[in-house]
Design a protein around this ligand. Structure first.
Ligand SMILES: NC(=O)c1ccc[n+]([C@@H]2O[C@H](COP(=O)([O-])OP(=O)(O)OC[C@H]3O[C@@H](n4cnc5c(N)ncnc54)[C@H](O)[C@@H]3O)[C@@H](O)[C@H]2O)c1
Length: 342
């Protein structure tokens, strides 16, 4: 039998027999965090990294042994991983009106489901209508309430539209989870095109700014509100070959602190979360992008905990922040990174 080269490391690690084969061929390497971190890579993509030294004959012998295993069962296990998160309700969310941008996938979708499970009313925002509506459907299937508004967060009129839709539908905004964002293509600083730089800054920084600006206008009148921005560990340290992304996320931390200071005595709180590596579409696209471009960064981030976070683990933090349990927090840059920045 030939080895299915599309199988990802994460899938291999979810099968005891596969782990035994890997341990036999790569006894030292399977213990390294790099290996577990590469859960969204295929074996070939991993072996192509200069930092990873797997001799060709070992790789071939490994594939031969792995090809003898049946992966049907593990595929369905891996698929079930990507489904709806746990429904343990966070207290203090009942009746809160919460806007979530980038809600069609990853951290945004997991947060919508977690917040809805706690009784929040959702304004589900994404520029991808299909995935955004799918999130709303999942919210409603779990007994939650919400509306969907299609919007590109980098376009001012789109942002004003979803802010207004929240007020028109629910009469208020308790929380804006300003989460939509994009990754840049990995590459050398000097090769970044002005066009790519502008797009990353437009979505990740201007998009966050616009959401804050128009939500703050409503929250200032209300006399209450909370903005939670999704930054990244790249808001507090650089990531190799990601200059535009790093700059945009440093900017998000700056906007968070600037607004937190201004509104601290107006009943409005502003905080940011800094995920490290999370298993979402965003990180899933990395191996393919590296393979297509042929460019490989000299360093990769090290999630010292040894794995990517599941989006649901970020949603737990978002739910806590959205609730009144976080009442004394403002201007906080909350790191949720499996030890990446240690
Ligand atoms: N996944 C990670 O490892 C990681 C780490 C640090 C920070 N983040 C940040 O977390 C946030 C969510 O990312 P994710 O990992 O869940 O990715 P994801 O790709 O799974 O989800 C991002 C969502 O945002 C939407 N989106 C993208 N651009 C948009 C735009 N201009 N207007 C409206 N919607 C838009 C996409 O359609 C998608 O539904 C992003 O801000 C990202 O930078 C992710």
């Amino acid at each position: 039998m030939t080895y299915n080269t599309n199988i990802k490391i994460g899938e291999l690690l979810s099968r005891e027999e596969a782990v035994a084969v890997l341990t036999r061929h790569l006894p030292e390497f399977v213990k390294e965090p790099t290996f577990k971190m590469a859960s969204s890579f295929t074996l070939d993509q991993l072996a192509a990294l200069p930092q990873v030294n797997i001799p060709q004959d070992v790789l071939q012998a490994l594939k031969n042994d792995l090809s003898k295993l049946d992966f049907n069962q593990s595929s369905s296990e891996a698929a079930s991983h990507q489904q709806a998160p746990s429904r343990t309700a966070t207290p203090g969310l009942q009746g809160k009106v919460i806007i979530v941008t980038g809600a069609g996938s990853g951290i945004g979708r997991a947060s919508c489901l977690k917040l809805a499970a706690g009784g929040a009313k959702l304004v589900v925002v994404d520029y991808n209508e299909g995935t955004g509506l799918e999130t709303l459907k999942l919210v409603k299937q779990t007994g939650g309430a919400g509306i969907f508004v299609k919007a590109d967060v980098s376009i001012s009129s789109d942002v004003q539209n979803f802010i207004q839709a929240s007020v028109d539908t629910y009469g208020k905004i308790d929380v804006l989870f300003n989460n939509a964002g994009m990754l840049q293509k990995f590459g050398r600083f000097q090769d970044i095109t002005e066009e790519d730089f502008s797009r990353v800054l437009d979505v990740n920084l201007k998009g966050v700014f616009l959401g804050m600006k128009y939500a703050l206008q409503v929250m200032d009148k209300q006399g209450f509100g909370h903005i939670i921005n999704t930054a990244s560990t790249t808001a507090i340290r650089a990531e190799h070959s990601l200059a535009s992304y790093t700059a945009s996320k440093h900017g998000v931390a700056g906007l968070t602190k600037a607004a937190a200071i201004e509104y601290v005595r107006k009943g409005i709180r502003v905080n940011a979360i800094c995920p490290g590596g999370v298993a979402t579409t965003l990180t899933d696209s990395v191996p393919r992008q590296l393979q297509e471009s042929g460019y490989v960064p000299e360093e990769f981030p090290n999630m010292r905990i040894g794995r990517y976070a599941q989006p649901e683990e970020l949603a737990e933090v978002v739910a806590f922040l959205s609730s009144d349990s976080s009442s004394y927090m403002t201007g906080s840059i909350v790191v949720v990174d499996g030890g990446l920045t240690l």
